[in-house]
Write a protein that binds this ligand. Structure first.
Ligand SMILES: O=C(O)c1cc(=O)[nH]c(=O)n1[C@@H]1O[C@H](COP(=O)(O)O)[C@@H](O)[C@H]1O
Length: 280
């Protein structure tokens, strides 16, 4: 194990570049708008532009696998190239696959994205804990073994998540239980490596408004990074991030809000989001 866990490494990047992650989400309409083809060549060109223009501008890049899977094997090959190129350029890559399964199947997903040398090896992976937080154990074990990061869905940015995530449990709420269990894993790792932040982050949408308060959650007490999608196209900005997260360690995630600006404008647009977050 290295000297700094993935959460601590990402924290250092957030200090250097600001708390912004840009999603590489090659929507078909964006491929059209960028003058690219709706195929693997288009995905490859789209990814290259994102990686090059956002070099030295953001703490992390987050390729969303769905937009690559659409094109089958050729799309997955483009995703492999996207991740490898971004990591080689020095980016911290959070692959957004929202994986969640059980036992050996979960282990398979984890190996795909977190094992050193795997074709899709990333710095971190998004996970869905809605088959039970404990079902994520194979991914957690592999992530800890190889100093990778995980982002576990807690309070997602979409309104449909409420019915599941706000459900009450004996200890509080489903989302609260997920944060608690992630916190416990982080505490163990931080005790071992002396870091101020653990490798298991959460996903809490910047659009969730008063939900954390309503559920009695103290996001600032969490010992990992909150990945906060919902900024930009889904309506949240710096002010909403401040209201939801206060002084928490928060990494705002924007896809269309940056990508919509088009080639040549990605860096300047990302910098405007960083400035808005800094003001808030
Ligand atoms: O895990 C995510 O990144 C995620 C979680 C969530 O609660 N909401 C959410 O929108 N996302 C992802 O964040 C991105 C949001 O894209 P934009 O709405 O275009 O900024 C998409 O790739 C979503 O899949």
């Amino acid at each position: 194990m290295g000297t700094k866990n993935a959460g601590a490494r990402l924290t250092a990047r957030m200090v250097t570049y600001g708390p912004l992650c840009v999603g590489i989400d090659p929507h078909p309409g964006l491929l059209d708008a960028w003058g690219l083809t709706r195929d693997a060549d288009g995905l490859r060109a789209f990814s290259d532009i994102c990686v090059r223009e956002l070099d030295g501008a953001v703490a992390a890049l987050k390729p969303q696998v769905a937009f690559f899977e659409t094109y089958g094997a050729a799309g997955i090959a483009a995703l492999e190239e996207c991740i490898a190129f971004a990591r080689a350029a020095g980016h911290f890559v959070i692959t957004d696959a929202k994986r969640g399964d059980i036992g050996s199947t979960m282990a398979g997903y984890a190996a795909a994205y977190l094992a050193p040398g795997a074709p899709l090896e990333s710095d971190a992976l998004t996970l869905s804990p809605y088959l039970g937080f404990g079902s994520l154990a194979p991914a957690i074990d592999l992530a800890l073994q190889h100093d990778k990061g995980l982002f576990v869905l807690a309070l997602t940015s979409n309104p449909e998540g409420v019915g599941v995530q706000h459900a009450r449990t004996s200890a509080g709420s489903v989302a609260g239980d997920i944060l608690t269990q992630a916190h416990e894993v982080n505490a163990r790792i931080m005790a071992g490596d002396g870091s101020a932040c653990g490798p298991i982050g959460s996903v809490v949408g910047a659009t969730v408004g008063s939900a954390p308060r309503d559920l009695g959650l103290d996001l600032a007490a969490f010992n990992g990074i909150h990945l906060a999608p919902g900024v930009g196209a889904q309506g949240a900005g710096g002010a909403e991030c401040r209201d939801v997260f206060g002084s928490s360690a928060m990494l705002a995630s924007v896809s269309r809000g940056v990508l919509g600006a088009g080639p040549g404008q990605l860096k300047a647009t990302a910098e405007r989001f960083v400035a808005d977050l800094a003001r808030a």
